[in-house]
Design a protein around this ligand. Sequence first.
Ligand code: ADP
Length: 247
Amino acid sequence: MGNVDFALTVEDLTVSFDGFKAIDNLALYIDKNELRVIIGPNGAGKTTLLDLICGKTRASAGSIKFKDEEIIGLPEHVRVRRGIGRKFQTPSIYENLSVFQNLEVSYPSGRSVFGALAFKCTEEVRSRIEAVAAEIGLPDKLETEAGLLSHGQKQWLEIGMLLMQEPELLMLDEPIAGMSAKERDLTAELLHRICKNRSVIVIEHDMDFVKKIAHKVTVMHQGKILAEGSMEKVQADPKVIDVYLGH
Ligand code: ADP
């Protein structure tokens, strides 16, 4: 089912590890500018699903179409170039570099971190860095060493590093883990800004945060989709209460 209105179309997706189906014939449709949250108990297959979409894990069968093009056979770095960004839970910023330099080395030019530091920043790169710094709420921290940022600011910087590559789909794994209440609120605002012109998929356990950010919620269980829809709809679903929310 090709449909250019969907940013991402996943159909019949299956991956087996030693005969165990971690993802079992799953279908998922993400709209342009949609912020989708995936919830479900530990071991449901949430991380594996994102691994399959970004190419970290190879599928056993099925189709993953991004902007109506099949990407299932493409390696991870090619999917990044096509516009798929993924943030993992552990931060991967360069603590000894400034916020500006962290964003600069993330500009998609294939330069290494050392090459980038010797490289004279063009106006185009500089204006992209400034736009991204404003988007992630760190416009006045450009000269700050990344290691001196708060935990939340480091997480936003990492999102900014992904935004430098101009993704059209951004996937985030528990983006508010370890954050203060204030940082959580700012992260919700950041995600709303990001999905104005990109699609976003978030794995999250904090239901208050899910309610704040989700356009639509997908509940996974045993490698399949158990329920999907608005937060109000899925939280009233007896199947969802039984396997997840009731615990
Ligand atoms: P979730 O993110 O929902 O907690 P995961 O996607 O991490 O769930 O895991 C789903 C299931 O797949 C789990 O039973 C896990 O042990 C299994 N699994 C994930 N990756 C692998 C792997 N590389 N090899 C074997 N089993 C795996």
